[in-house]
Design a protein around this ligand. Structure first.
Ligand SMILES: [Zn+2]
Length: 311
């Protein structure tokens, strides 16, 4: 996961704000309690003077212990002063969003990425991936189905999708084809797969067939902003929604989709396709070559959702 400029900036600002707010609270405390300012100044001067003294000291350890003792005494006085005036000492320290990394995003001298930053990057990926934020397997609700048969079928479909999202393959097939009429929850399952795969650390890209065609046509016409079949092979998981709703351009639509699927299969990458079309329609619209690629059990697991629309 890449740390974008804007996320790096967000962390820098959060940390700077936490520190500035703590300084403002300390200034206010100094204004109310002049003795507190004097204590802090004394502590600083003890620490500051210690360095040169240690250099020519006969017994540096004793000197260090003496300084530590003096600072501890001052700390105790400051704590009493704060307590007497009803000020919680932690309010004078910066209140970081994440106490683990103190809003730097990294932990320790080896600069390990903090869990908060990893979560933040995931959220960014979700936001730019085009997934519905509420689509996740945990929110799959089996009670929304009108009858028992549809409920069972949908639950089974969800189980297959969940297993697929864990390993990016099912029964050895790297592809998954979700078929069914409008309103049976295909896009929801597609987004659930995408979210789970992202959370597992896979790279994921989602397009509607319409966008995919549009971006690839642009890629052929111009270099910038377009997409190539090779570029499509990059993410570990590619989700294509709404196959069949893209414009049909003779000699183009079919070639673009075929090269996308072919490139992914050659690269050994996982692809999930959702479509409202039935098998007969798929065969008629896309021809034998592409049809066999996306329905062959060796390459694609096929799920057919049936029942009444949930919309
Ligand atoms: Zn953190």
């Amino acid at each position: 996961m890449r740390i974008t400029q804007s996320i790096a900036h967000e962390y820098k600002m959060a940390r700077a704000q936490a520190i500035a707010a703590a300084e403002a609270r300390r200034e206010a405390a100094y204004a109310a309690l002049p003795r507190l300012r004097a204590i802090d100044a004394q502590k600083r001067s003890i620490a500051f003077a210690l360095g040169p003294k240690l250099r020519d000291a006969e017994d540096p350890q004793a000197l260090r212990a003496e300084a530590e003792q003096a600072i501890a005494t001052l700390d105790a006085e400051a704590a009493r002063l704060l307590a007497d005036n009803g000020i919680a000492p932690e309010t004078l320290a910066p209140q970081f969003r994440c106490p683990q990394c103190e809003d730097t995003g990294f932990i320790g001298p080896e600069r390990r990425m903090c869990a908060c930053l990893r979560k933040r990057l995931l959220r960014e990926e979700y936001a730019s991936s085009g997934f519905a934020p509420e689509a996740c397997f945990e929110r799959f609700n089996p009670d929304i189905y009108p009858d028992e048969a549809q409920r069972r079928r949908s639950l089974r479909a969800k189980e297959i999708c969940e297993a697929y999202a864990q390993a990016l393959c099912f029964n050895g097939a790297k592809g998954l084809l979700l078929m069914g009429d409008v309103g049976l929850g295909k896009t929801f399952l597609l987004d659930c797969i995408g979210q789970r795969a992202l959370a597992q650390g896979y790279s994921v890209q989602k397009y509607t067939a319409y966008n995919l065609l549009d971006r690839m046509l642009r890629g052929m016409r111009e270099r910038e902003g377009g997409l190539s079949a090779a570029g499509l092979a990059t993410p570990e998981l590619l989700l294509i929604d709404d196959l069949g709703t893209e414009p049909f351009i003779p000699n183009v639509t079919y070639e673009v989709l075929f090269s996308a699927v072919n490139e992914r299969q050659n690269a050994g990458k996982a692809t999930v396709i959702a479509t409202n079309l039935g098998k007969a329609q798929l065969l008629e619209d896309y021809g034998e070559r592409l049809f066999s690629r996306i329905t062959s059990p060796r390459l694609f697991s096929v799920i057919e959702l049936k029942g009444k629309s949930l919309r």
